[in-house]
Design a protein. Structure first.
Length: 319
């Protein structure tokens, strides 16, 4: 018997696993829109909660503010259930997991789930006299960290993503300064011995302790001023042991935060100008080639070549 030598060819067809109607794709437009809503609510509460705990302004007690807070809490509660029913990418196979049970287990057995539950639970309802448990609401700020993932999943240019990430870093800086100022104001208000560095000119006069008798909005501005000093690792003039014990770790954390933020800012700025730098390098190469002694290009041809590159440098597929 003679072998034919024929090899049967197997045809492979990419089959995308259908996502059940009860599941939400992690990178779907609907999930992106929901994450944007959660981020906006998180930024609002990251600015509101520290101010409320340290300064307790009257306007935050208005019914409209209470209604907004209740709506945001409902959104955060809904977000927990949505994340339970959201698909995820398996880190081993790289495939999207659509099984509802696996997705629920993947989210529930993470620190993120614990933080979401602790920060969303209205502890003041079952424990109205407890002043410590409501501080867990600070953990809502961690939801702001979703901005990086949302920006990365956007279907847009690399330059736009870099620009959005720079904006994300600026938002994080504002939130950090707000938290530092509120935390410092809350501690120094108990002893009323600290003097803002701007008020040392009033030493020996009653005005030196003016900070403790200001209206809440003026005190907030002074605290923001001090919060920037804490972020920039500047002098805040601590006087008591409590103030020193608070200032030292805050400045250590600020030093680390500054290094991370400046490093990422530099990276995003490089990415933002990468296309322009690559185009300029290409134009330099073209001009060098045209001006070399081995290529004698006429003025009209040189202008046409330069004009072509200037008109098509926005499209990488045309160059």
């Amino acid at each position: 018997m003679k072998a034919t030598g024929r090899v049967d060819r197997c045809q492979y067809k990419l089959v995308i696993a259908p996502v059940p109607e009860t599941q939400l794709k992690a990178q779907s437009p609907e999930k992106l829109q929901w994450d944007l809503l959660v981020i906006v609510c998180s930024v609002y509460q990251a600015l509101e909660i520290p101010v409320q705990l340290s300064f307790d302004p009257d306007f935050l007690k208005l019914p409209i503010c209470a209604t907004i807070d209740s709506c945001i809490n409902l959104i955060f509660i809904a977000d927990i259930f949505i994340r339970i029913r959201t698909t995820h990418i398996d880190s081993t196979t790289g495939e999207e997991v659509t099984d509802g049970y696996s997705n629920a287990v993947y989210y529930i057995f993470t620190a993120t789930f614990v933080i979401d539950v602790l920060s969303t639970t209205p502890w003041d309802v079952p424990f109205p006299d407890n002043s410590i448990l409501p501080l867990l609401g600070f953990l809502k700020i961690l939801r702001v960290g979703r901005m990086d993932g949302v920006i990365s999943n956007l279907n847009s240019s690399k330059e736009l993503k870099s620009l959005l990430k720079i904006g994300m870093l600026l938002i994080i800086i504002v939130i950090y300064i707000n938290c530092c100022s509120a935390l410092w104001a809350g501690f120094v208000s108990d002893e009323e011995e600290w003097i803002p560095n701007k008020d040392f000119v009033w030493v020996g006069t009653p005005q030196v302790y003016e900070y403790y008798y200001m209206t809440w909005h003026k005190k907030l501005l002074v605290s923001w001023y001090i919060g920037f000093y804490l972020f920039a690792v500047g002098e805040v003039c601590p006087r008591t042991t409590v103030e020193l014990s608070l200032a030292i770790p805050m400045m250590i954390i600020s030093s680390i935060a500054n290094g991370i933020i400046i490093g990422n800012m530099q990276l995003y700025l490089v990415e933002l100008s990468a296309k322009k730098s690559a185009f300029q390098s290409k134009m330099d190469t073209v001009n060098t080639a045209l001006s070399s002694t081995t290529i004698q290009a006429g003025e009209q041809l040189t202008d046409e070549i330069n004009d072509f590159f200037y008109k098509t440098h926005q499209s990488s597929t045309m160059q």
